[in-house]
Write a protein that binds this ligand. Structure first.
Ligand SMILES: O=c1[nH]c(NC[C@H](O)[C@H](O)[C@H](O)CO)c([N+](=O)[O-])c(=O)[nH]1
Length: 212
């Protein structure tokens, strides 16, 4: 069986120190919600990720997933660097972080920590260890589907490679709604498998690989 051994890690991994971002779309919302729930529950119940360390954000559609993943990752990395600045005084860790963000201070080392870093602003100072992008594309009667699928898969791959943070491709590209329901474990016959489960395990596995 070709697929033997290609299954995602089913053993429990130690996700207790990880912080994970889930970005999901607002298309086909019932199916997307099933996938998000599957990923979230698996990370918490099987891999001990803390619920408060799973951040869930939404975007209009699949085409917006790569941009949101890129931007939210960058912000988390900047906040983490600012937090570290607080800990070690005036060395500016933002130097050399090529985050393509106009707000990134690129002044020489020694610049005072940015205000955000010193005000104890709400929210975690830990950068995300992995991102799961979740969406459901269902083919319509035009070529729109093909173009979005190609753009989104290339875009999501690029965010992961450019950022050095693993981004799980959690986008179903289905020819009809039945296929999508089955892959979220929501089909009437109950014979489907919720792929969100695999994406949750994959996110933990790849985050731990990144942190080796
Ligand atoms: O997430 C989806 N977005 C879809 N389109 C919207 C697209 O992702 C963008 O949000 C839109 O083009 C604006 O950029 C879909 N279809 O068109 O079929 C779809 O099935 N799923």
């Amino acid at each position: 069986d070709f697929h033997k051994g290609l299954e995602p890690a089913t053993t429990t991994q130690d996700g207790s120190a990880l912080r994970i971002l889930i970005v999901h779309t607002r298309w086909n919302t019932a199916i997307v919600q099933g996938l998000v729930d599957g990923a979230r529950k698996t990370m918490i119940e099987q891999h001990n990720v803390k619920p408060e360390n799973i951040v869930i954000e939404s975007v209009p559609g699949a085409y917006e997933l790569p941009f949101a993943a890129k931007k939210l990752l960058e912000v988390s990395q900047i906040r983490a660097a600012e937090g570290a600045n607080d800990l070690i005084g005036n060395v500016n860790l933002l130097d050399g972080l090529n985050l393509n963000s106009p707000t990134t201070t690129t002044t020489s080392a020694g610049a005072p920590p940015t205000s955000a870093g010193t005000t104890g602003a709400k929210g975690s100072r830990q950068a995300f260890d992995a991102v799961i992008c979740i969406g459901v594309l269902i083919k319509g009667s035009t070529m729109h589907f093909e173009y979005i699928c190609e753009a989104v898969s290339q875009g999501i791959m690029r965010v992961g490679l450019d950022s050095g943070v693993p981004v799980i491709f959690g986008v179903l590209t289905c020819l009809n709604e039945e296929q999508a329901l089955s892959r979220a474990g929501l089909d009437k016959a109950g014979k489907g498998h919720n792929h969100g489960i695999d994406w949750g395990s994959g996110a933990v596995e790849m985050a731990l690989l990144k942190n080796r």
